[in-house]
Design a protein around this ligand. Sequence first.
Ligand code: DGT
Ligand code: CA
Ligand code: CA
Ligand code: ZN
Length: 577
Amino acid sequence: MNRKKIIQILSEIATILELKGENPFKIRAYQNGARALEAMEDFEDRVSGQTLTEIPGLGEALSEKIITLYTTGHLEFYSKLRKSVKPGLLEMLEIPGLGGKKIKAINDALKVGTIEELLQACQENKVAEIKGFGQKSQDNILAGIHNRERYNARHLWWSARHVALPILAGLRDLPEVELADVAGSFRRRMETVGDLDFIAASPSPENVMKWFVSMESVREVTAQGATKSSIRLKGGMQADLRVVPREQFYYTLHHFTGSKDHNVQMRQRALSRGLSLSEWGFSLVDGNLASKALPETLAGENQLFEILGLDQIPPELREGRGEIEAAEQGTLPDLIKQEDLKGVFHCHTVASDGVDRVEDLLAAADERGWEYVGITDHSKASFQANGLDEARLLAQVEQIRKINDEGNYRSHAFAGIECDLLPDGTLDLGEEALSALDFIIASIHSSFSQTEEEMTKRVIRALEHPLVTMIGHLSGRLLLRREPYALNIEKIVDAAAANGKIIEINANPMRMDMDWRHWRKASEKGVLGSVNPDAHDAQHFDFCETGIHVARKGWLTAKDVLNTRSLEDVKTFFASH
Ligand code: DGT
Ligand code: CA
Ligand code: CA
Ligand code: ZN
């Protein structure tokens, strides 16, 4: 288990002890332990050298627990502690602003043991009356409960992926399964996923069902039938499995891939051709003399579209936003693919808040066969991220040029910055330093609560700045956690087009920003995108996968994205912009 996770567990132990009203010294020991681990720079050396106890605040007992967690990933004490508290109380810890002490106080005063009971108590104004609480904390708790409900129902695509792919592989491995896939929003590459929809073709559904409901990761079976079951997994995500005969597979896969809007339009199109389309297949509408012979079994989903006179529509485009018309006219875009990327921009290094050096990022890019990496650390206004001032930036530029000259890596490093876009729309660093760079990303990291007018003006001012190349994570949203700030996207897209500026496709699975819903129009207006991993670690290059989802859902082709271009073409682009 890694250090971050261990810190989390120590803090959680402290919180649960608080919730139970345990000895304050014991509680503080775990809090101090978590803090000590956070500050520790040589954690792994200390674990392997057994020198954790030298750190003030880490006694024998605590050090032992840390080593157990590190080496085995489990801690009996922690599991028992969790089990000793009512699950409803542990769930209350997920409400923002509610810690162990407060939950204990509420529970002592009102005997509420679940979130539902807490909600009711708030609605009856009982929480406000508890000593030390008041109206404001009650309102905060209420808001926290509502956010939790809204957010907990969905999961990031990236988290869903880690749940879905092993299950899919397991299904495909079963000897009685002929075909299997994940349908639904997961297959359409939506940024968040409600539940997973597995579809399998098999002549013996019972065995497949039995396997599905008894997987190690199942927490609860919510419905079990001969051909359809629903489960809730340990991480909280829900999943359905439908098992159908091979002949039905592609019809069922198509139906449950959705979206609903796409399905409605597909059925209308079928009807206009005398066919009725359902999850089971096509049938002839009464009295229709359609001469077309329907194949008994589809060889692939593409045949379903073919029968309706359509080009094959990639799942990402099935949102009922004109894809059927385009498929009819043969004008579906040739969507960008992950393999089209020839490099990435927006990478942080150890100079600000990244964990890798420029060299490490180049080595990782080499491994992927990329031609370039754009280095962009934070600028000085992001002091919490150790942002660079002019002097440090210029030193980094020099360092980058030197690394390129030495030629130890096949890929080229571009010198850039993720420059804070200050509340008034000016840039955080002086023009002299900025002029030394190959490119500049301007990003908002402060004053999120400006009005739509102020915020839009702020971004447009950056787009009009001659040195700015692109705008970073435009809306500032954090999926399932923070709403986007107020912005007039249309005006911003127009300004980007007018000034020849790029809008970033921030590929961090929590951002996926600018939203795919704006991209088709933006690219039609001539705005170029760039799939940027916002990497704080070379491993974050993997995020490009979700960036590509945004681009594909936004109807983008390789031509619409800067980092599909070769090194020479990017150099030319930067030189002329
Ligand atoms: P989610 O799970 O909320 O992220 O979104 P989806 O799209 O996966 O929705 P889900 O799981 O409720 O259903 C999967 C697909 O099945 C959905 O995209 C379209 C299809 N479907 C489900 N119910 C209906 C329906 O009542 N009418 C139509 N036309 N399609 C439906
Ligand atoms: Ca679903
Ligand atoms: Ca479903
Ligand atoms: Zn940023």
